[in-house]
Ligand binder design. Structure first.
Ligand code: SIN
Ligand code: FE
Length: 298
């Protein structure tokens, strides 16, 4: 894909409308493209627009969120009916997103796992507290989380811009090009450290070599301002009332501006993928010429 524009436009206008199975959208998604649906919007119901205000957020959190199958509403100060309505809005977005992905990617049916659903009401850049470079999503990165090793489980995300301002992203170069750029700077993984961090409760499971590489790629890209400036990239504004989808562990992305977005995370086990040779795991295993996960996710 070198040099090609990384965004594919989909002509969908309804979350549940049937479409031709003969499209190439699953392949394009798994190859690391962003699927963009300009005519698909997540419609608010009743008085949900009232949630577009700072008063519902826990000031210490960047989003209001739920976790699949868990009745708690997290990151919010809402109580009573307000709490229930916010929860219902997020649960409805989860249902719409998962139904759409099951149709776009039939091989994920029965295997993918919806994880968290979040509402991000803050304007990007509005946080006046000093943001460490590592947490600054205005820098191009692939998603990788220190405490949550994936062991190769994929991170698929569905985004809906629900406010009235565009969300401005940058989308960077293909994963393999980025990995080749930084690979030589990554230290050897230490199995002893991985065990220790798990025993101390720093990680939820023992960090695999794959997760070690992914975390370093996240950090090296974010720390390198010259790379941020000079690497192959495009700027793209997702307008109000649209939806986009990508594997955020694969697509280099940065969110520069915007407010009011819904986001659904779906975990996809590698064996559900139709094109498993395009994954970050497959690419990193080719580049290092060795297996990087001992006990595969599944
Ligand atoms: C991110 O996942 O890096 C941020 C996406 C966004 O806030 O638009
Ligand atoms: Fe991200």
């Amino acid at each position: 894909m070198p040099g090609s524009h990384p965004i594919t436009t989909l002509p969908l206008s309804d979350w549940h409308e049937p479409f031709d199975a003969g499209n190439s959208w699953q392949r394009e998604l798994e190859e690391g493209r962003v699927l963009y649906c300009p005519d698909l919007s997540f419609r608010l119901e009743g008085t949900e627009e009232r949630f577009f205000a700072a008063q519902w957020s826990d000031p210490k959190r960047k989003s209001i969120y739920i976790r699949h199958g868990n009745p708690e509403l997290l990151g919010s100060t809402a109580t009573g009916d307000d709490r229930d309505h916010l929860y219902a809005m997020l649960a409805r977005f989860e249902q719409h997103s998962t139904a759409l992905i099951e149709r776009l990617c039939p091989s994920y049916q029965g295997k993918m796992r919806p994880a968290g659903t979040s509402f991000r009401p803050r304007a990007i850049g509005s946080d006046t507290r000093a943001l460490s470079w590592r947490k600054d999503d205005r820098r191009l990165h692939v998603d990788a989380f220190p405490s949550n090793p994936t062991l190769g489980m994929r991170i698929l995300r569905v985004f809906a811009n629900v406010g009235d301002v565009a969300r401005s992203w940058r989308v960077g170069e293909p994963f393999e090009d980025m990995a080749r750029h930084f690979m030589s700077q990554i230290p050897k993984p230490s199995p002893i450290m991985a065990q220790l961090q798990f025993r101390l409760g720093i990680t939820k499971r023992v960090r695999s070599d794959y997760d070690h590489f992914m975390l370093h790629l996240h950090d090296l890209a974010k720390a390198d301002m010259q790379y941020q400036r000079d690497c192959q990239q495009i700027a793209f504004d997702f307008p109000p009332g649209c939806v986009w989808i990508c594997f955020s562990d694969q697509v280099m992305h940065a969110a520069m501006a915007g407010q009011y977005m819904l986001e659904q995370t779906i975990h996809v086990p590698p064996q559900a993928l139709a094109y498993p040779n395009e994954t970050p795991l497959a690419i990193l295993e080719r580049l290092t010429a060795r297996p990087l996960v001992e006990h595969a996710a599944g």
